[in-house]
Design a protein around this ligand. Sequence first.
Ligand code: NAI
Length: 329
Amino acid sequence: MKVSVFSAHKFEQSYLKSAIPNHQLHLIEARLTVNTAGLAEGCDAVSIFVSDDASAAVLEKLSQLGVKYLALRSAGFNHVDLKKAAALSIKVARVPEYSPAAIAEHTVALMLALNRKLPRAHHRIRDLNFSLDGLVGFDMEGKTVGVVGTGKIGSKVVAILKGFGCRILAYDPYINESLVEKYGVKYVGFKELCRSSHIISLHLPLSPESRYLVNRESIKEMKKGVMLINTSRGALVNTLDVIEGLKSGQIGAMGMDVYEEEEDLFFEDHSEDILQDDVIARLLTFQNVLITSHQAFLTKEALEKIAEVTAFNLDCWDKNKPSPNELKL
Ligand code: NAI
């Protein structure tokens, strides 16, 4: 099969080439957008990543070019118009799980780095400033962490934090009984989670219901000085409301691996550009904000799994078989 691989970043190209030797890969560094869709001409399948645009207009264009399959190299699919894909008979498959541990470990890395102020300490020492003023953290042991969404990633976060001696509150419409039994997790309503947690970590998908779950109102409910961590999807959080919370001190620290306007920024080197995004510019002025560029998944093991499952999805289609990873409406 001929496959156009959009957003084929350098960090993943070798994994894709070695896992998919039996298809003709056309590796394209550009994102899939309505302007770049034409690059898929002559291909049966297109493979995309989280920052690509698979909205109705783009799918329409791909369909006109004869593309029949869309292989997502991600678990999340909020960037794909599944209704339109179904209407155009484009099959869409994802990688439902690659390494929940990778994302959970990065989540906890953000918590620890913010709590113990590691980026500040690192910069100071490089400047031969060995003073400790301003670097006071808190013991994780005994603190209450609110985990929103206790699926594959949230469960791993719970397991790691339990090792630190944290008390865990959770909010999820589905109660994971094994977390209750094994780790004493207490499921509560979102308001109670906000009121009682020293740290709140988001591990739920983005949907119309969860969009802006963290907003001015819910921030008001939170403990003064709360630490917020978002490694799920940017638009779970109203970033302008978070900035207000940071300015007033209501939010004590913010760790984010995702950002609601990340498509035009993340994954690319903009070091030569003039920053046009005033919201991220403001966020970068806070000492207690730590931003990573959607890298929580970025481990060797996760890249191997993503490439392997993408190969499997393409192989199924090549043999005219449905893939178990196909997304249905
Ligand atoms: P999952 O499907 O295993 O778990 C999601 C959980 O969220 C489920 O238990 C579900 O019941 C719960 N949930 C759904 N709607 C909710 C709501 N409104 N309120 C509270 N809970 C709700 O998903 P998984 O694999 O744990 O992934 C979680 C999220 O992590 C993904 O949706 C994705 O956005 C993000 N992600 C981020 C990555 C990164 O590199 N930063 C990589 C992979 C995933």
